[in-house]
Design a protein around this ligand. Structure first.
Ligand code: ARG
Ligand code: ZN
Length: 870
């Protein structure tokens, strides 16, 4: 059934304190909960029944104020419990049993490699015990965990207040969290874990104990996360004035996890893949991902925990804001321009596709069937862009005033996106009325920009028209308030001053359907550099010529737009190739493009990481997103042709560049070295595209000599995609032998194979699913093998016979029985059938229909499939 934002009501009852007692057993964990409950004065008169959420629980007893309530008095509901109430305040005690071992949904309390752990966001707590499982019910938790001796580490939120041994020889530990919190922030961990410890002194001089817990075999992989945590703590003090508030901060690594990580108060739980790293086993991008996720979860302590969400429609209140915070943290720790490019290219490919697909929804959705389906790129990444626009509109100082007011005003409360904007407005004395539409209207706005220069007056007029395509349930959109950052380049390639103060960049306030902005006193017609640093999550159309784009690539002072010009240029060429291919013409890559790439490659002044980004052709997925109607075959052929032609033409330059970047220094994941490796490995991959033996020999050498996983994986990736079958198999086997004990490396090894563009990958993927290291119940393995194929293997997934789609449908049906959240994500690649040309779209629709017809679907999967077939 569908839940609507407009139906929000305050909770009928509040829970002042929550006392939990767990007796852990794999198949029969006993949970006792004592709740101090009080009628919510804001909810109105009378004493309605107390309705608690509860799913898959075995109810043992209910008592009120110490007296057993007979079963005839309360009512067990399909998803909860209804208890009659006769006093405005009372103590409720419930006993129930749960089965962590058989919990494959990975929500609530479950077992992962023999370790007990929890995931309660968004609605997992109801799988632990009966409770008002909604974020606006905040309570103080005390938790006692009782477990046999093979689980020496027993953790929960807050501070440890007691420990001991029970009469029958089990251990117990009691934890008390002094901060009131919603149930979704509850956490429990029990296992045989090792830990690394460190400490951090806050700005005001309080000492905080930091601990990272893992299985013994991973204890050597915690250093990077610990360093990242300390950097994040410092950064939040310096940039937001936010200090940590408990005496202890714990992180636990778990192998079975649906998402990246979870910000439980004082006890963050991480997917192992997002916290464990060593130079030998993790790539540069993993190092960077860990830094950003550790930051993200830590930053939630303020943006999420101290100030939380009133209801789940407000999810972006904490997620959009926190992604913005972690992106700025990463930008400050690494190369700002490269971080921005990575984020924007992900947004453009995946979030824009979501905005254009059947599940399109606003940053603050109006309705949902299953909230887990709304942990999306729109809520997270577009939500972060919305916060970034506020930052752009108010400036860093104004934004800080706004965030200070927000944290002060709402500390300890469960609030809304509206409260966030209001704080920004009040602190700055500005109005953001129209800007609010970013929260309520779905879809990616398009800006059509034209210009005219009047030589006689020196006036330059820039006309901006905005539009936004319809999305499900929203035919018409009102104009957005769009901050459009721009600069104007003169013929010399330098930025022209735009005002008397000599500023060379302005942020235009685009608020109407059509608007003209005038710049006066210009000696020549300038070239506009539009949407600098991607100042809004929109598409900009302007009739750039090849020459103009080449000019921007060389001269734009905005690094992001230099890259963007390279993308536009490549996109134009690839469009042409697609159309030539469809018309049966012979394919040819314009000399200007080759020359542009060559000069980028030869440029010694640019950050090598930026060069690597500029050399990368837009991915097939990006090209698909930008197509009106997707012609998968033309996209594959065009991109493959362009890549091959570039590789051939640039061979010598690539080789020089590759050789020049070789380094014997010990590995370090700092920005400069990551940049060098990124360009070096981009060159290696291009060189191997030609399948020349000398290039493949380089890859072999790098593969055998690499002292870090970045170089090793890049070389293996090149071999898997371009070497002869026997060499590929030999390298894969050798790699597996070397790393078979390391879960994270095995996942990488799976991913390299499932994403190979070579014919035969689908059969290979089926084989990998039979591999002893594959585990259907482990989301990381599923994502590496099946997800890699469906999301990151455009060529093989789009096989003309539709077998790629059928395979995904088959896997989705099987997974739905085990883990609905994972099934509902994995199905997404086959939901956009309407965008495909001809038969391929029909085949995709057929696969989706097969999922629908396969029997009873979970609520998660049903929502995505039914909306996509509609
Ligand atoms: N709040 C977590 C984070 O973004 C994500 C939890 C997602 N859980 C889920 N069931 N979808 O850091
Ligand atoms: Zn988050």
């Amino acid at each position: 059934s569908t839940v609507y934002l407009k139906d929000y009501r305050v909770p009928e009852y509040l829970v002042d304190s929550t006392r939990l007692h767990f007796e852990l057993q794999p198949k029969a964990t006993l949970v006792k909960s004592q709740l101090k409950i009080r009628r919510n004065p804001a909810a109105g008169e009378g004493l309605p029944p107390l309705v608690l959420d509860g799913v898959e629980l075995e109810l043992l007893s209910v008592s009120i104020d110490g007296k057993l309530v007979p079963a005839s008095r309360y009512q067990e509901l399909p998803q909860g419990l209804s208890i009659p109430v006769d006093a405005p305040e009372f103590e409720l005690e419930i006993h129930n049993r749960i089965n962590p071992e058989d919990n494959t949904s990975l929500e609530g309390l479950y077992l992962s490699n023999g370790m007990y752990c929890t995931q309660c966001e968004a609605e997992g707590f109801r799988k632990i015990t009966y409770y008002p499982d909604r974020p606006d019910v905040m309570s103080r938790f005390t938790t006692t965990i009782v477990a046999p001796r093979q689980y020496p580490v027993l953790l929960s939120n807050g501070n440890e207040t007691a420990r001991g041994t029970t009469e029958d020889g089990r251990q117990f530990v009691t934890w008390e969290d002094p901060f009131a919190k919603p149930s979704y922030l509850f956490a429990l961990v029990a296992g045989d874990l090792q830990q690394v410890e460190d400490s951090y002194t806050t700005a005001s001089g309080r000492e905080v104990k930091l601990q990272i817990f893992t299985e013994a075999k991973n204890i050597g992989k915690c250093d990077h996360a610990m360093r990242s945590l300390k950097k994040a703590m410092r950064w939040d003090e310096e940039v937001y004035g936010r200090e940590y508030d408990l005496d202890i901060f714990m992180v636990v690594a778990v192998d079975h996890f649906n998402m990246g990580a979870m910000e439980n108060k004082g006890l963050n739980i991480f997917n192992s893949a997002c916290v464990l790293a060593s130079p030998e086993t993790a790539t540069d991008s993993t190092f960077q991902r860990i830094e950003s996720i550790v930051g993200h979860e830590y930053f939630h302590n303020w943006s999420g925990n101290r100030v939380t969400c009133r209801d789940w429609f407000q999810l972006s209140l904490k997620e959009g804001f926190t992604v913005f915070r972690d992106a700025e943290f990463s930008a400050d720790m690494n190369s700002r321009a490269v971080k921005r490019i990575e984020d924007v290219s992900m947004l453009r490919t995946t979030q824009f596709a979501e905005d254009g697909g059947p599940m399109a929804h606003p940053v603050r959705p109006d309705s949902y069937m299953e909230i887990s389906n709304f942990y999306t790129l729109t809520v997270y990444e577009k939500g972060a862009e919305v916060v970034r626009m506020i930052h752009t509109l108010l400036g860093a100082e104004g934004f800080r005033k706004g965030s200070d007011l927000y944290f002060e005003r709402h500390d300890g409360c469960a609030v809304t996106c509206e409260d966030f904007i209001k704080a920004m407005e009040d602190a700055n004395g500005v109005g953001l009325t129209q800007f609010r539409r970013w929260y309520s209207q779905a879809g990616t706005p398009v800006l059509d920009v034209t210009d005219a220069y009047d030589e006689a007056t020196g006036n330059y007029a820039l006309t901006v028209k905005q539009s936004c395509p319809p999305t499900p349930g929203q035919e018409q959109k009102l104009p957005f308030h769009i901050p459009l950052a721009l600069g104007l380049l003169g013929a010399e390639g330098t930025d022209l001053p735009l005002d008397s103060a000599g500023n060379t960049q302005v942020v235009l306030q685009v608020t109407e359907q059509e608007q003209t902005f005038n710049f006066t006193g210009l000696q020549e017609k300038p070239l506009p550099s539009l949407l600098r640093d991607f100042s809004a999550p929109v598409k900009v159309r302007y009739g750039y010529t090849t020459e103009q784009l080449l000019f921007l690539m060389r001269n734009d002072s905005d690094a992001f737009n230099r890259w963007d010009a390279s993308q536009r240029l490549a996109f134009m060429a690839l469009e042409q190739l697609q159309s030539d291919y469809r018309q049966g013409k012979s394919l040819y890559l314009p000399e200007a493009l080759v020359a542009a790439y060559r000069s980028v490659l030869q440029n010694r002044d640019l950050d090598p990481a930026l060069i690597a980004e500029m050399l990368a052709l837009p991915s097939e997925q990006t090209l698909a997103e930008q197509s009106e109607q997707i012609d998968a075959e033309a996209i594959i052929v065009a991109r493959k042709f362009a890549r091959g032609a570039l590789a051939k033409a640039l061979k010598d330059d690539l080789l020089v560049c590759y050789r020049g970047l070789h380094s014997d220094k010990p590995y370090s994941p700092d920005a400069a070295e990551i940049a060098a490796r990124s360009l070096k490995n981009t060159c290696l991959t291009y060189l191997c595209v030609t399948e020349d033996t000398d290039a493949l020999e380089l890859a072999q050498q790098q593969f055998h000599r690499a002292s870090n996983m970045t170089d090793s994986a890049a070389a293996l990736g090149a071999l898997v995609n371009f070497a002869e079958a026997a060499d590929t198999e030999a390298a894969l086997a050798q790699f597996y032998q070397r790393w078979r004990q390391d879960t994270q490396v095995v996942e990488l090894w799976f991913g390299l194979q499932s994403t190979s563009a070579r014919w035969g990958t689908l059969e290979k993927v089926r084989e990998l699913m039979q591999h002893p290291a594959f585990e259907q119940k482990n989301p990381n393995k599923v994502r590496a093998v099946i997800g890699g194929f469906a999301n990151r293997n455009f060529t093989q997934f789009h096989r003309a016979d539709g077998s790629g789609f059928e395979f995904v449908a088959e896997q989705v049906i099987a997974l739905d029985k085990l883990n609905p959240q994972i099934a509902a994500r994995l199905v997404i690649p086959i939901t956009r059938w309407k965008k495909y040309r001809g038969e391929l779209g029909e085949k995709m629709q057929g696969a989706l229909q097969a999922v629908m017809d396969s029997g009873k679907l979970s609520a998660d999967l049903y929502e995505v499939v039914s909306k996509s077939l509609a």
